[in-house]
Design a protein around this ligand. Structure first.
Ligand code: UT7
Length: 311
């Protein structure tokens, strides 16, 4: 018995922005973006709001979970590109989905680690029996907070949403086995956004923090789960940069074949990146029930951490 992800959903906007498109917008090249990041293209929400993206992903997750909307009793939405200053984007999603008023809904601001923070909160509510069904969403319209004249950031990010319905199941082997989440507020100024301003990042510093933080917390989460790196069947890392993912795999001693990568197609979708990757891995048969899955992320805050899930 344990906490089980019973349904996943995704929504990616149709418009594709390629590296070649970006070459026409800023002083960059497909060669630079590909070799430095692994990104080839990303999705851009032209006519959709972040609420639209979140609602579409959540509807699919609810449908795949085979539950009624009335069963959802909490919505935890992770985003760094909310629809409004307040109320929370989760409230707008609760209204659009037609969820009951008892579905307590709130946002969490933990940047690219947001989905892991959300999953951890859901796990705590479920294990304490305060909630039975939690909808965890990561949704981003990063194109709305990017300075499209700043080549050091605009080539990196994309829009999208992913959602998971999470429940406590008495007769199931699935569970969240461990969770090691961290915050280092003193480094907030290497990745941030001022109110109504643009996203700013000191890439090189964030890169170093990402490799060391994700590696260390991954090893801790694996140990806390009572496992060794070789027991991990699949790694689903935050998709920011293929070089970070490769360095992480090397340091963990886990072959790249066991690591799911889609940063080439969507760029960095921040809080949405892990649920989008989980969904795709599941659809492709790479993520299967019973697998030991390592989730790991690093983002603004700084926030970072890792979880081991028996899927
Ligand atoms: O999701 C939250 C976590 N975020 C991350 O994990 C991102 C972490 N950081 C990174 O992924 C990398 O640091 C970047 C991809 C952002 C940058 O790669 P880098 O290898 O660290 O490059 P850099 O920032 O050191 O820049 C190298 C050069 C610079 O030129 P000079 O000073 O060497 O002449 C930049 O001006 O590349 C230049 N540059 C570009 N050139 C062409 C920066 N951006 C671009 C660009 N196109 N888009």
């Amino acid at each position: 018995m344990g906490t089980k992800i019973v349904g996943l959903g995704v929504y990616l906007p149709e418009k594709v922005l390629t590296n070649f498109d970006l070459e026409k917008m800023v002083d960059t090249s497909d060669e630079w973006i590909t070799t430095r990041t692994g990104i080839k293209e990303r999705r851009i929400a032209e006519n959709e709001t972040v609420v639209d993206l979140a609602v579409k992903a959540a509807e699919e997750a609810i449908s795949n979970a085979g539950i009624e909307k009335t069963e959802v009793d909490a919505v935890v939405l992770a985003t760094l590109s909310p629809q409004l200053g307040f109320p929370a984007t989760a409230c707008l999603v609760q209204e659009r989905l037609g969820l009951p008023h008892s579905a307590m809904s709130f946002d969490i601001s933990a940047a690219c680690s947001g989905f892991l923070y959300g999953l951890d909160i859901a796990d705590a509510y479920l294990k304490s029996k305060k909630k039975k069904t939690v909808l965890v969403i990561g949704a981003e319209k990063l194109s709305s907070i990017i300075d499209w004249k700043d080549r050091s950031t605009c080539v990196l990010f994309g829009d999208g949403a992913g959602a998971a319905v999470v429940r406590y199941e008495e007769n199931d082997e699935s569970d969240i086995l461990s969770s090691k989440l961290y915050t280092k507020g003193e480094a907030w100024n290497i990745l941030y956004r001022e109110p109504c301003g643009y996203l700013k990042m000191e890439g090189r510093k964030v890169f170093k923090e990402a490799v060391s933080g994700m590696t260390k917390s991954s090893l801790e989460a694996i140990e806390e789960a009572g496992l060794r790196p070789e027991d991990i069947d699949l790694v689903i890392p935050h998709q920011a940069n293929f070089r970070i993912i490769k360095a992480l795999a090397e340091k963990l001693g886990i072959p790249l074949e066991k690591v799911y990568v889609n940063v080439n197609r969507y760029g960095n979708t921040s809080a949405a990146s892990i649920p989008i990757a989980m969904y795709e891995a599941y659809r492709k048969g790479k993520l299967k029930r019973g697998m030991n899955v390592l989730l790991t992320a690093m983002g603004g805050g700084l926030t970072w951490g890792s979880m081991v899930v028996r899927f």
